[in-house]
Design a protein around this ligand. Structure first.
Ligand code: IMP
Ligand code: MG
Length: 173
């Protein structure tokens, strides 16, 4: 059976906001280069849209992480499924994430990357659910804050589906 999906943020609004963030990043890094670290798979769509609109030189690298799950004692730690291909030492790194929920994934990932001594390390997330935060995370660029809803589209999945929707939606019960 097909799920019914209600539009929460339209394609036009998502695109407009991504353009604004790209403009901000281009200003903040004027005269510099940036390395966008795409966190697979959710941030693929956001990363490519952002990268294509940033006007300073951009390189890309990819990571994949997974949570250990709530049942383990190490819950809140993340498992690195795919590490970066190249060194980030002395580079301006921006980690690009689809959504920040509890903050556990990003909090762990940022400390994991900071020990590699990048020149700078920032975080950019398309969506933020502040009411769900369990661990504090400093987010430098946020697309939009949303209420405590499970959303799909623009890279975000429900059981691996709906990543390709061009808007952010909510599955109707
Ligand atoms: P955190 O560690 O709790 O912040 O979890 C972040 C990860 O959970 C994101 O990268 C997503 O993969 C997933 N996630 C959290 N909220 C949603 C949602 O509303 N829709 C789809 N995936 C979500
Ligand atoms: Mg996910």
């Amino acid at each position: 059976m097909e799920d019914k999906i209600r539009v929460l943020i339209s394609e036009e609004d998502v695109t407009k906001r991504i353009n604004e963030i790209a403009e901000q990043i281009s200003k903040d890094y004027e005269g510099e280069e940036v390395l966008l670290v795409c966190v697979l798979k959710g941030s693929v769509f956001f990363t490519t849209a952002l990268a294509s609109r940033i006007t300073v030189p951009v390189t890309l690298d990819f990571m994949q992480v997974s949570s250990y799950g709530n049942e383990t004692v190490s819950s809140g730690r993340v498992k690195i499924l795919k590490d970066l291909d190249d060194s980030i030492r002395d580079k301006n790194v921006i980690v690009v994430e689809d959504i920040i929920d509890s903050g556990r994934t990003l909090s762990h990932l940022m400390s994991f990357l900071s020990v590699r001594e990048p020149k700078s390390l920032k975080l950019c997330a398309l969506l933020d659910k502040p009411s769900r935060r369990e661990v504090p995370v400093d987010v430098d660029y946020i697309g939009m804050q949303i209420p405590d809803l499970f959303v799909v589209g623009y890279g975000l999945d429900y059981a691996q589906k709906y990543r390709n929707l061009p808007y952010i939606g909510v599955i109707e019960q």
